[in-house]
Design a protein around this ligand. Structure first.
Ligand SMILES: Nc1ncnc2c1ncn2[C@@H]1O[C@H](COP(=O)(O)OP(=O)(O)OP(=O)(O)O)[C@@H](O)[C@H]1O
Ligand SMILES: [Mg+2]
Length: 372
């Protein structure tokens, strides 16, 4: 049974349409991560699921029941807000305990729940304080604790880790993942953090200006983005998206970039029928920085590889790997290379592209043509 089923959910604030026909069906136990630029409607959608905003159209169903008109308090949903929304006059312990008290959980059990989430979130020493005596990150953990103390049918998390420092954030990410594996709860989670989205999600929903662009597993979103927006949004550094001419090269096809006409030969195996139909036309070629490697002396491209030459412009070591900006026929192109290579700006190098990772888009609609 679909646990959460959103059907054509719309929202307008006056004349401004903030959400356009959002339909998402989640299986029980799924972890959905919502991503998209600031202002695209993520929090509005969360508020509609929670019952804090009324949709202008469409329905919200939870465990097979239409809850569109059910008051928030009767929805059996726990939410962590972007703004925490703690009760200022209650201690931390009371903040966590209060929703349980409202649900008439007995006292011993309440105290046990408070103790266990406080331990999990490392806030045991803060239980007697009030929210104003806490840092932003501590408040955020209390808000998470309050949501976790209950065991609802659905958890909603709106950027729950945004105020934590880098280390705590990574730790909490792992804790949330473990928690999900243990509770098998259905979760909808909003984040701006790409790694959080990729590591936590069973599926990712990418939104832009109130329109759902793609709903898919992290692997699908990353490897077969539905359009150039999704391709450019997910992944850091960004996928290289370059206009190219799909030209005939003997029996095969090749991508030709820029005025200088740098070419990448495509083996027949790398060209789907859908892409072949673009022969003689322009496409947008998408190549992730890690789909490129250095072609050492004497190395020749394999059957699903092609080689190209480019000049090194900028070298950015990040520690784990080195990002190299090269000039590809007059276009900037980012390549992720081994950090131990010694490179210098101005160097002319030969690269190999993994054609199994090439994706091409229609230049007008910007939709995926086919992953070659
Ligand atoms: N009560 C409201 N009245 C009018 N416009 C609103 C209201 N609430 C939100 N909006 C508008 O709706 C759009 C979506 O807002 P929302 O808060 O859902 O975005 P978001 O994706 O959560 O952004 P962020 O990543 O910055 O949190 C924005 O343009 C916002 O200005
Ligand atoms: Mg928001």
């Amino acid at each position: 049974m679909a646990s959460l089923d959103l059907v054509n959910v719309k929202k307008s604030f006056g004349a401004v349409h903030v959400l356009h026909d959002i339909s998402i069906a989640l299986e029980d136990g799924e972890f959905l991560v919502l991503v998209g630029p600031s202002g695209c409607g993520k929090s509005t959608l969360m508020n509609i699921i929670a019952g804090l905003e009324e949709p202008s159209g469409g329905t919200v169903n939870l465990m097979g029941r239409d809850i569109t008109d059910v008051p928030t308090a009767d929805r059996n949903i726990s939410m962590v807000f972007q703004s925490y929304a703690l009760y200022p006059n209650m201690t931390v312990a009371k903040n966590i305990e209060f929703p349980l008290e409202m649900r008439k959980v007995d006292k011993a059990q309440r105290q046990e729940r408070v103790r266990s989430v406080a331990k999990l979130l490392q806030i045991e020493h803060l239980l007697d304080r009030r929210p104003r005596q806490l840092s932003g990150g501590q408040r955020q953990r209390v808000a998470i604790g309050r949501a976790l103390a209950r065991e609802p049918q659905l958890y909603l998390f709106d950027e729950p880790l945004s105020n934590l420092d880098a280390q705590l954030r990574v730790d909490m990410r792992t804790e949330i993942k473990k928690l999900h594996q243990r509770l098998k709860a259905t979760i909808v989670y909003v984040t701006h953090d790409q790694i959080e989205a990729m590591t936590l999600a069973s599926r990712i929903a990418v939104m832009k200006a109130g329109v759902l662009q793609q709903l898919g597993t992290p692997h699908e979103i990353y490897n077969r983005p539905a359009n150039t927006f999704v391709a450019g949004f997910m992944g850091s550094p960004r996928m290289n998206l370059l206009k190219a001419q799909l030209v005939r090269d003997g029996q095969d096809l090749a991508l030709r970039f820029g005025e200088k006409g740098v070419q990448m030969a495509l083996s027949a195996a790398a060209v789907s029928p859908a892409l072949a139909a673009y022969a003689g036309r322009e496409v947008i070629a998408g190549i992730r920085p890690e789909a490129v490697s250095l072609c050492g002396p004497g190395m020749a491209p394999g059957p699903l590889q092609c080689a190209f030459e480019a000049r090194v412009e900028v070298i950015e070591p990040t520690g784990a790997d080195t990002l190299v900006l090269v000039d590809l026929g007059g276009h900037e192109f980012t390549v992720r290379l081994d950090p131990d290579l010694s490179l210098t700006p101005g160097q002319q190098l030969r690269f190999l592209v993994d054609l199994g990772k090439l994706v091409c888009f229609d230049p007008q609609s910007e939709a995926l043509i086919a992953a070659a």
